[in-house]
Design a protein around this ligand. Structure first.
Ligand SMILES: *Cc1c(COP(=O)(O)O)cnc(C)c1O
Length: 390
């Protein structure tokens, strides 16, 4: 008989009761170091006092009114995103897939509004992941996720991630936009080079297409910069955010320049929940912490520290770990053994990590992790590697 919860996930048989900082606890008192962070989503760990306080205050005041009315907390969050990014305007939704759908709608509507309705094609990259709605399955590059779901929205092409010649060759007078992740997450922590991103900017401009970045996973400080695109010292036209933006509360956002959002006039897009007072209280609280003066430099420092330790581990156990990938606290171990086996052994030793494509194991600590917690994780990893059969 089918389980009451539709069995779409291959779940690990553990349930957590509460969390505190970088740790999760089961009801029986077992403690786990959480370097999976709900897939890069608990950006500030668990039960962060500032987030708890702000959410509790808002919960007693007002949860939801819909976008029929002004939502001051939403306007404040949009202003702060605009002040701290390339964007001039923001649309709020509730998830990463919705953010990317919204970004695609912005791009196609931009072309339409500029008298070029024939420009509706999106060029995407191999190894990409953009969500599980039918349209974002078209944009992503994973046949396994698409099989059996019938016709999908068309208008998507895929070219090799990192290959500028292929990108250029795929562009023509029907192209609406380029869509890429500056650091691929699900695909296996594959950072684009700064040169690639800057050239994408030029190609998009040359062909009158928009450049969309999916920063659902790599955005919101994960890379050590508030947004990963600024590491390449360039800017997209449109960007999707989710995951870390709400610190665990479901929030998504589509950021765009004024030019790119030209077609998004009243009535063109909407969401019932999107940007509701409760979600925006959570998101504003997350941003309060991320905009503190030393926050990003400490993410970078901790990222460098952890990467260095993981490099040492890879050198000590070359039959288990081939190499270490990523930037900031978005790191991945390219495994020589099965990434699933390594994740399981780490978990048996009370360290949580999460697998990705290309046989990579993602190491995604909270961004406010303590150095001694990084040491604790590396110690567990060493212990596992020492005894792991290869
Ligand atoms: C997780 C993810 C998505 C989808 O987000 P959901 O909230 O699961 O819909 C889209 N793009 C990237 C890069 C992601 O990592």
């Amino acid at each position: 008989m089918v389980t009451a919860v539709m069995p779409t996930y291959g779940r690990i048989d553990i349930a957590f009761d509460y969390g505190e900082g970088s740790y999760l606890y089961t009801a029986t008192g077992e403690r786990y170091l959480d370097f999976a962070t709900g897939i890069a989503t608990n950006s500030l760990g668990h039960a962060h006092p500032h987030l708890v306080k702000k959410l509790q205050e808002q919960a007693g005041k007002l949860w939801h009114v819909s976008n029929l009315y002004n939502i001051p907390e939403q306007q404040r969050f949009a202003d702060r995103l605009v002040d701290n990014s390339f964007a001039d305007t923001v649309f709020f939704c509730n998830s990463g897939a919705e953010a990317i759908e919204g970004a695609l709608k912005v791009a196609r509507k931009y072309q339409f509004a500029n008298g070029r309705p024939e420009r509706d094609q999106i060029v995407c990259a191999t190894g990409s992941f953009h969500g599980r709605t039918l349209t974002t399955l078209s944009a992503g590059d994973n046949d396994k996720y698409r099989e059996g779901f019938g016709p999908r929205p068309g208008g998507f092409k895929h070219v090799a991630f990192g290959n500028l010649n292929e990108m250029r060759a795929a562009m023509d007078e029907t192209t609406a936009a380029i869509l890429v992740e500056p650091i691929q997450g699900e695909g296996g922590i594959n950072p684009a080079t700064a040169e690639y991103l800057r050239e994408l900017r030029k190609i998009a401009d040359e062909f009158d297409a928009l450049l969309i970045f999916d920063e659902v996973q790599c955005g919101m400080s994960r890379s050590g910069s508030l947004f990963a695109y600024s590491l390449a010292r360039m800017e997209p036209d449109v960007m999707g955010l989710a995951k870390g933006i709400g610190g665990g509360f479901p929030v998504g956002a589509v950021l765009a320049t004024e030019k790119a959002a030209a077609g998004m006039v009243p009535g063109t897009h909407g969401s019932t929940y999107g940007g509701n007072p409760l979600a925006m209280a959570a998101a504003n609280a997350v941003l309060d912490v991320m905009l503190e003066p030393d926050f990003l430099s400490s993410v970078r420092e901790k990222g460098d520290y952890l990467k260095n330790q993981l490099d040492n581990l890879a050198n000590s156990y070359p039959n288990i770990i081939d190499s270490v990938r990523g930037t900031g606290l978005m790191l991945g171990l390219k495994c020589c053994i099965s990434n699933l086996d390594l994740m399981t052994e780490f978990r048996n030793q009370k360290l949580l990590t999460v697998v990705a494509g290309d046989n990579v194991l993602r190491v995604l600590p909270p961004l406010n992790v303590e150095i001694n917690e990084l040491d604790e994780a590396v110690e567990i990893m060493s212990k596992v590697c020492k005894t792991m059969p290869t």
